[in-house]
Design a protein around this ligand. Structure first.
Ligand code: CP3
Length: 361
């Protein structure tokens, strides 16, 4: 059984609830996974992390990265596993220096001039990312048949904003300033990332991913005149490139800070599915979207952290709004490290109990 499954990874895709939703079918109760589901809130992650050395050592260790990818699947039975890695392995493979300081977040060498850009590789050296592809292959062998495997990359604007500032910034001021002062450099950097991300996602799908997610974590910072050219359009080019190479590929586009751009997005979704952050009022917005547009989200990670009634109310608000639509239950952003495991259990149980709640199974 496992063997034939691994030989033809796509044969059973329709058995996977996450894939059925991404293909446009409403599934009830909605399938569920969490952004950053492999992470520090799990004691077993912290134990593996302690064995790995640096965070990047963990990302590039196929055995340990596969292990932490599978930990939340074993513990909670999520409907999707997301490969353990980071969006910043792409600039790292292109030649930028990347380190993760404990408690400080990522630090990168800055890309602020054409000379800086020219020092980076012209095309993504895929061999440097071989450990990531091996993680997908390993996880694929271990997953239950109805659990989808997800790959991912960062959207060009989000990754570019880290490369320009050299670190995370509250409103991406260095990258926005550069976009205004030196559009030629900004476009060249975005183009480099579009090409790199396209090649990266294609190889992830070849390595066994059922779907890929593009993370636009910094969509909120962009004014409307830059949102199209720096976010939507580059993401659309990645999606078009991936689909040209892999016609059946499924792409989820998660945009944090999508609220202000909602009308553009509902009818112009650059991927197959739209991931929404916790500020979006699903009850209000979903009826304005195309009926078969799959969506994903959007419980506030702080409601999950708080637990109790706040959590139950948050879960119910999502469930009420998505009934009858193709939707994947998720958070509106990554789970916070302080979140109690018991709250995650409570969330999943409440989502899965929704089958009985509406009696539609
Ligand atoms: O979702 C998953 O479980 C897969 C793993 C995953 C990680 N990062 C692991 C990680 C994914 C999908 C990411 C994406 C990512 N990385 C994004 C986009 C999503 C988002 O959160 O907005 C961004 C912006 C990054 C960049 C990044 N990586 C930051 C800002 C940090 C520091 C955050 C912190 O809390 O310290 C990281 C490090 C990181 N990536 C950790 C994990 C589990 C924590 C590091 C550790 O374990 O020591």
């Amino acid at each position: 059984m496992q063997d034939s499954f691994s030989e033809s990874p796509d044969a059973d895709a329709t058995a996977k609830p996450v894939c059925r939703v991404l293909d446009g079918a409403p599934v009830w109760p909605p399938p569920v996974w969490m952004m950053r589901q492999a992470g520090r809130y799990l004691p077993e992650y912290r134990a593996t992390r302690a064995k790995a050395g640096s965070f990047l050592d963990l990302c590039y260790n196929p055995e340990l990265a596969a292990e932490v990818t599978l930990q939340p699947i074993r513990r909670f039975g999520f409907d999707a596993a997301i490969m353990f890695s980071d969006i910043l392995v792409v600039p790292h493979a292109l030649g930028a220096e990347v380190t993760f300081q404990e408690g400080e977040g990522p630090r990168l060498s800055q890309t602020r001039s054409m000379e800086d850009l020219e020092r980076l590789a012209p095309a993504l050296p895929l061999e440097k990312l071989a450990p990531v592809f091996e993680v997908l292959q390993r996880v694929r062998q271990e997953l239950p048949q109805d659990t989808a495997l997800l790959g991912f990359c960062g959207a060009p604007w989000t990754v570019a904003s880290y490369m320009i500032a050299g670190k995370g910034t509250p409103d991406q001021a260095p990258a926005r300033t550069l976009a205004y002062r030196d559009p030629a450099l900004m476009n060249a950097l975005i183009d480099r990332l579009v090409e790199a991300s396209t090649a990266y996602l294609i190889r992830q799908i070849e390595s066994g991913a059922d779907a890929v997610q593009i993370f636009e974590s910094f969509g909120a910072a962009l004014p409307p005149i830059l949102f199209g050219p720096l976010s939507l359009e580059p993401i659309s080019r990645i999606v078009a490139g991936v689909k040209a190479a892999k016609p059946g590929a499924r792409v989820i586009v998660f945009i944090r800070g999508s609220g202000g751009h909602m009308t553009q997005l509902g009818w112009n979704c650059p991927g197959d599915a739209l991931g929404l952050d916790w500020t979006v009022d699903l009850a209000h917005v979903l009826p304005t979207f195309p009926e078969h547009l799959p969506t994903q989200g959007n419980l506030d990670p702080l409601a999950l952290l708080a637990g109790g009634e706040a959590l139950d109310r948050g879960v119910d608000a999502v469930l009420d709004a998505v009934e009858g639509r193709p939707h994947i239950f998720n958070l509106g952003h990554g789970i916070l490290p302080e979140t109690p495991v018991a709250h995650v259990e409570r969330m999943i149980e409440r989502v899965r109990r929704a089958a009985a709640r509406y009696g539609s199974g």
